[in-house]
Design a protein around this ligand. Structure first.
Ligand SMILES: Nc1ncnc2c1ncn2[C@@H]1O[C@H](COP(=O)(O)OP(=O)(O)OP(=O)(O)O)[C@@H](O)[C@H]1O
Ligand SMILES: [Mg+2]
Length: 262
C-alpha cells in the first residue's frame, strides 16, 4: 500500500464528469482526459467509474483494484456502520492507487439490502475525504453511467463540469435535452456543460449539434474524430496509454482539455 499524494494546489477540488447516452464514448473521453492529466505537474487525481459494468479501469490498464461494490458486499443484508464505512472507503482509495491517480470503481450494487444507505454514506465519505481534508484531490474525473438516472438521483451532484458525449442520433440528442431538463428540475448546479460530437463527420450534423448546444446554453467543444488506432487498441484490450501522442483523438483531447481546464 502506498501513501496517497497530497493535494498540490490550495483551491477547490474540480470534479469533471463524462456523460451521455449509452455507447457514445463517455469512457473513451474520460480515459483520454485522464491520460492528459498525467502530463500535468502531479496534481492529486481520483478517477471514478460510476458504471456498474466497470469498464474504465480496463481502458486505463489499471490493475489490482477493488470496487466499492466488493467493499460493501461483506455487509450484505446487515447494517453498515458509518464509521467503519468511512475507514474502509479510505483504505479502498489507498489500495487502489495507480501510477499517477487513485481509482474508485463503483462496481455492482445488486443484492445489497439498501443501496440508498450506501449512497448516503458514499456522499458523506466523498465530502470528507475526496473534496475536503488533508488528502482531498485536486481533480476528480468521473465516468458516469449512461443516461440521466445519476442526475435525477442526484448522485452526480458534486460535478462542476459535465462533458456530454454525443453521436448524431436523435436518441443521443434527446438525451442531451433530457440531461438539461432534469438538471434544471432537480436543481443541480453545474458550472459548465460541454458537448463533444464523437465520431460525427458530417458537416450538417455537426452544425445541428453545435446549434443545439447553443440553444441549451452548453459549450460546444467540437468533434472528436474516429481514431483507427484507438479502435484497434480497444479491440486488442490494450490500454489508452499505448495510444501514440500524435494520434488524432489524443491531439483533439489536448485542445478540449485546454478549454475545460482554463
Ligand atoms: N473517437 C473514437 N475513435 C475510435 N473508437 C472510439 C471512439 N470513441 C469511442 N470509440 C469506441 O467505441 C466503443 C464505445 O465507446 P465507449 O466505451 O467509450 O462508450 P461509452 O459511452 O462509455 O459506452 P457505455 O454507455 O457502454 O459506457 C469502444 O469500443 C471505444 O473504443
Ligand atoms: Mg462507458
Amino acid at each position: 500500500m502506498t501513501k496517497r499524494r497530497k493535494k498540490a494546489t490550495e483551491g477547490k477540488t474540480k470534479v469533471i464528469g463524462f456523460g451521455g447516452k449509452g455507447g457514445v464514448g463517455k469512457t473513451t473521453l474520460a480515459a483520454l482526459f485522464l491520460r492528459l492529466m498525467g502530463e500535468m505537474d502531479s496534481p492529486a487525481i481520483l478517477a471514478v467509474d460510476s458504471d456498474p459494468n466497470t469498464c474504465l479501469p480496463g481502458v486505463l490498464g489499471a490493475e489490482g483494484y477493488q470496487t466499492l461494490g466488493d467493499m460493501v458486499e461483506g455487509y450484505k443484508g446487515g447494517r453498515l456502520p458509518p464509521r467503519k464505512f468511512r475507514q474502509e472507503f479510505n483504505t479502498l482509495l489507498l489500495k487502489n492507487e495507480q501510477e499517477f491517480y487513485d481509482l474508485l470503481p463503483m462496481g455492482r450494487n445488486e443484492g445489497q439490502g439498501c443501496y440508498c444507505s450506501v449512497n448516503d454514506l458514499l456522499r458523506s465519505a466523498f465530502r470528507e475525504f475526496v473534496l475536503k481534508g488533508n488528502y482531498a484531490y485536486d481533480f476528480v474525473v468521473m465516468d458516469c453511467e449512461a443516461g440521466i438516472e445519476h442526475i435525477s438521483r442526484k448522485t452526480s451532484s458534486f460535478i462542476d463540469d459535465f462533458v456530454i458525449a454525443t453521436d448524431s442520433s436523435r436518441m443521443s440528442l434527446n438525451t442531451i435535452k433530457n440531461i438539461r431538463n432534469t438538471q434544471n428540475e432537480v436543481k443541480i448546479d453545474v458550472n459548465n456543460l460541454y458537448i463533444v460530437a464523437n465520431r460525427v463527420e458530417d458537416g450538417e450534423m455537426l452544425d445541428r449539434i453545435e446549434d443545439l448546444s447553443g440553444e441549451l446554453g452548453m459549450t460546444f467543444l467540437g468533434r472528436m474524430p474516429e481514431d483507427e488506432t484507438l479502435k484497434r487498441l480497444n479491440f486488442k484490450g490494450k490500454s489508452i496509454f499505448e495510444l501514440p501522442d500524435d494520434s488524432p483523438a489524443y491531439l483533439r483531447m489536448r485542445e478540449m482539455a485546454n478549454v475545460i481546464l482554463s
